[in-house]
Design a binder for this molecule. Sequence first.
Ligand code: CP
Length: 317
Amino acid sequence: MSWSGRHLLDVEGWSESDVDRVVTVAEDFRVLSRGGAVTYLSNTHVALLFAEPSTRTRLSFEIAARRLGAKTYVLDPGSSSMVKGETLVDTVRNLDAIGFSALVVRHHRAGAAAVAARYFGGTVINAGDGWHAHPTQALVDAFTLRDVFGQTGLRGRKVAIVGDVLHSRVARSNVWTLTGAGAEVWLCGPAAWVQGLESLPVRVTTDCGAALRDAAVVMGLRVQKERMAPGVSLSEYVRDYQVTESRLMRTAPESVYMHPGPINEGVEVTREVARGPRSLVLEQARNGVPMRMAVLSLLAVGVGATPEMLEPALARS
Ligand code: CP
């Protein structure tokens, strides 16, 4: 389990209490998320190596690290020596030598964060690697759902994850945290996008109506237009899988809607749902900062927030 080590690379194998621990620390940090800062990481230099585009993850890590007192440095591979052919391994070895103590990595290759962890002396956090894992997004989602359903409220509830599951690191990481919390997880999409998932502890279906029926949570995934599979057309996808208010009213009228972003409104979900009263999308974005504060503090310092630590910051904020 990751908290006993230096890195956060995946949430596969995490227990419910592992997730609870970090969610509880994130709840403590939430009181700081609109202002105030602490100095826990004041001697820490955090490198953010994002080899794929990102808005939410990168910026929330940056704010989180700064609110903990760390200094942050963004390494854009497009303007780094990686353009000149320097490998990920050599880049990481040099970041280590320069003196960074934490490295947040997003990369298009599955396993890239694990490779970085082998060559970096400090803490490595996976901010999304290929189709493999996006552990902090799954933790943000667990945190967001805790607000809606309470600590044990997902037990026995149905969660439907709909869309391009095959290419989704968010779906894979959510499978582990959601099933760990006792939810009944359904993965749904066109056949080409739900193949090869049989080993996961979930129900897999191409039938959107069956997936959504009585779901407490519907989680959309971005339809990655650049990865449209043979046999999946955009118009057929919209017809058969788009999450619409009328579809939800027929099948899961009480459900909440989640999406990690970025959203293609009008493709995987309608604007009415994405921006409507059942949507938790902006809550997920909002919760990204305190959750990433929790992750950074637990990994880099080994402890979460304490009342003693928060008190002076609260007095200032
Ligand atoms: N959810 C998520 O990973 O969004 P970004 O790609 O904007 O970081």
